[in-house]
Design a protein around this ligand. Structure first.
Ligand code: A3D
Length: 320
């Protein structure tokens, strides 16, 4: 059987890291696409030259021509611009919406059967626009944010409790922005919910609140340190986890920005929710019951995403 084909649209910081990870994990052959001439070709060649030492079997190609993504099984989209210090994700909307239009058309023309994972910010609005521009089925187009946000939450919790990250599960709902909703009730250490760990004296409510806030600010913390761009190692790793779930039909339960068709009382929008990812793409959206406070936080996050969707409609009438 031929190897799967993975097309990476955008060969910047995340795109290059995605290519390296996909090759090292032997998920398939990799095509790196970018409008910048030489960048995808240079990165593809550099990574291919790490193959003999690393010992992977994967072909890598860099290109500026959408025809080269033909027949891709997975497309991961990072095309666009990232944040600089002082910018919010929402400041990127105008530029990145235009990029989503050209990317959507490119994918529709050359890889209409792909499972598409969008990473470009502001995430929830961009993945919604990308699905519309591409016309691909909504279950085949999703956004990566929840895996990253919950990985950040898990990392900070593992530091707080001095336990292995492997034994910490975390649950983050809502849009990928300042209003994201880390749910402590559904986050655990080896199955023990965080509120119980507060009662057990493992931490205090104040410390837990600080961890939640650090998770919400996780992206900005890295932007402030790097100064020239945003996080890329963990975002790439998170998207690869989703791509692998699709390619290997793993039925992983992963939070991602998924199209809502009635779940959470919402329709026709993308927002971060727990999903099942397998060979049919987003196979299920898991509709959990929220308590009053959680619902209020989720509603606020949904309103923020709706505001961005309205802004997109104002820029591109075809989305209205
Ligand atoms: P960067 O290193 O600048 O790479 C972006 C690449 O996109 C560049 O190589 C550009 O040449 C290319 N590009 C621009 N326009 C087009 C186009 N029309 N077609 C094809 N390629 C194009 O950025 P990055 O890799 O650090 O980040 C990429 C995106 O991911 C940004 O929008 C970030 O804000 C976003 N991001 C999202 C998360 C999430 O968790 C959702 C995390 C980190 C970054």
């Amino acid at each position: 059987m031929a190897r799967p084909k993975i097309a990476l649209i955008g060969a910047g910081q995340i795109g290059g890291t995605l290519a390296h990870l996909a090759a090292m994990k032997e998920l398939g052959d990799v095509v790196l696409f970018d409008i910048a001439e030489g960048t995808p070709q240079g990165k593809a060649l550099d990574i291919a030259e790490s193959g003999p030492s690393e010992g992977f079997d994967a072909r890598l190609k860099g290109t500026n021509d959408y025809a080269d993504i033909a027949g891709a099984d997975v497309c991961i989209v990072t095309a666009g611009v990232p944040r600089k210090p002082g910018m919010s994700r929402d400041d990127l909307l105008g530029i990145n919406l235009k990029v989503m239009k050209s990317v959507g058309e490119g994918i529709a023309a050359h890889a209409p059967n792909a499972f598409v994972i969008c990473i470009t910010n502001p995430l929830d609005a961009m993945v919604w626009a990308l699905q519309k521009f591409s016309g691909l089925p909504a279950n085949k187009v999703c956004g990566m944010a929840g895996v990253l946000d919950s990985a950040r939450f898990r990392h900070f919790l593992s530091l707080e409790f001095d336990v292995s990250m492997k034994d910490v599960t975390a649950f983050v709902l809502g849009g990928h922005g300042d209003t994201m909703v880390p749910l402590t009730r559904y986050s655990t250490v080896a199955g023990i919910p965080l509120p119980d760990l507060v009662k057990m004296g493992w931490t205090t409510q104040e410390k837990l609140d600080a961890v939640v806030q650090r998770t919400r600010d996780g992206g900005a913390e890295i932007v402030a340190l790097l100064k020239t761009g945003s996080a890329f190692y963990a975002p790439a790793t998170s998207a690869i986890e989703m791509a692998e779930a699709y390619l290997k039909d793993q039925k992983r339960v992963l939070p991602c920005a998924a199209n809502l068709d009635g779940a959470y009382g919402l329709n026709g929008m993308y927002v971060g929710v727990p999903t099942v990812i397998g060979a049919n793409g987003i196979e299920r959206v898991i509709d959990i019951t929220l308590d009053k406070d959680e619902q209020a936080m989720f509603d606020k996050s949904v309103d923020a995403v709706k505001g961005l969707m309205e802004a997109c409609k104002g820029i591109d009438g075809s989305l209205a």
